[in-house]
Design a protein around this ligand. Structure first.
Ligand SMILES: Nc1ncnc2c1ncn2[C@@H]1O[C@H](COP(=O)(O)OP(=O)(O)OP(=O)(O)O)[C@@H](O)[C@H]1O
Ligand SMILES: [Mg+2]
Length: 360
């Protein structure tokens, strides 16, 4: 079925996205680093997984660290271990190569990493991946999903090994996804002369929401496949409200196959709840309720000066330009706002709705 509640795994499960897949496959063959950026639920994981299906790849899900304030090197190694346990039964040689690294032991199909001072070096792990790929005669795709979360790593820095891999490990192609584009770029410090990744070329693939027309096609095709009849009016309404974000369209589709009458309301309610929880997490993390006011005034677009006026009106006292700029920048970096020309706005239709009555 076209509608599913998990990321697509294979190309035939993807609707549209041919262009993005083509660009990604080209990049994987020719570039050391590719970034896949796009708002929540827009289909990043699906494109990466489906495009690299059957390729030599290692997939690290950093989304797992989203709720955490900090992560340790041990947490990162544990995430890697999960993936290796999946790979080792099929690839004995990878186990052999890893077991040569200090701090790594491989027992059958499981791998153990020392932690603390004896933890293995990440660069050496990447070297083992590189050698494995070379021996296989294939490039290895190292995928870090929601890679900005690795900025929370304390006690070690990842950029030097990543920079080393970029420069020296020719059989590895790194693909990082991020729904918080600003944070991801800040983490990689590609424009900072002191960064190991400074000035490195990278491919950037931005995933956007589907156009209205594609969204209608997606829903129509999905309902046809499922063998259910859903009125054109309901499809139009869903497309209006969900704005081409494929994850929400798929969620709606799945519900509508079972209960068309309440599907849209249920989808909107669920999505708004998630969006609100995520936004409130951010507000708590940043420690300022001002973010709520700013997001509210930018719901349908506002200029910097309007934001400042609004904040001052709400608080009844002056606010510095610096503070206004900082609030806006953080909201953009975390992907809650987009800047289009002079206008800041909330791109996620679901968050726009959630903001109407949001309290954190
Ligand atoms: N091109 C597509 N065709 C069909 N379904 C898709 C497509 N892209 C994504 N989906 C569906 O949309 C949902 C969200 O997709 P996915 O998890 O890949 O998005 P994401 O951008 O990684 O989301 P998140 O920000 O939550 O990580 C999934 O249920 C997936 O099956
Ligand atoms: Mg994802």
């Amino acid at each position: 079925m076209l509608f599913r509640d998990r990321p697509a795994e294979r190309l035939e499960e993807l609707f549209d996205r041919e262009e993005e897949v083509r660009r990604l496959l080209n990049a994987v063959n020719s570039s050391a680093l590719t970034l896949i950026l796009g708002m929540r639920r827009v289909g990043k994981t699906s494109v990466v997984k489906a495009a690299t299906y059957g390729k030599l790849r290692i997939y690290i899900d950093a989304r797992y660290f989203e709720e955490k304030r900090y992560i340790s090197y041990g947490d990162l190694l544990e995430a890697l271990r999960k993936e290796l346990r999946r790979l080792l039964p099929l690839h004995k040689r990878l186990g052999e190569l890893l077991s040569k690294i200090r701090g790594v032991s491989v027992a059958g199909v499981d791998v153990k990493f020392e932690i603390g001072r004896n933890a293995p070096s990440f660069a050496e792990i990447l070297e083992a991946f590189d050698q494995w790929a070379r021996e296989q005669g294939e490039r290895l795709v190292l995928i870090i999903d929601e890679a900005q979360e690795l900025a929370k790593l304390r006690g070690r820095t990842l950029l030097p090994p990543l920079g080393y891999a970029y420069d020296n490990l020719r059989n590895i192609s790194m693909v990082f996804t991020g729904s918080k584009a600003g944070l991801l770029l800040r983490f990689l410090r590609l424009e900072d002369p002191h960064s190991p990744l400074f000035g490195r070329y990278f491919e950037k693939i931005e995933l956007g929401p589907f156009s209205r027309e594609l969204s209608v096609q997606f829903l129509t095709k999905g309902f046809e496949e499922a063998g259910v009849r859903v009125s054109r009016e309901l499809i139009d309404r869903a497309v209006d409200e969900l704005d081409g974000v494929v994850g929400w369209l798929a969620y709606f589709g799945l519900r509508a196959v079972k209960k068309p009458d309440s599907a849209l309301e249920e989808t909107l309610e669920y999505a708004a709840r998630l969006a609100a929880a995520e936004f409130c997490n951010f507000v708590q993390y940043m420690g300022s309720q001002r973010y709520i006011h700013v997001a509210k005034v930018c719901k349908n677009g506002a200029r910097w000066s309007e934001v400042k006026r609004y904040l001052q009106a709400v608080e009844g006292k002056p606010i510095t330009d610096y503070e206004v700029t900082k609030l806006l920048k953080n909201l953009v970096d975390y992907g809650f706002l987009e800047k289009r020309g002079e206008i800041y706005l909330v791109p996620d239709p679901v968050l726009r709705t959630a903001l109407q009555s949001l309290r954190c």
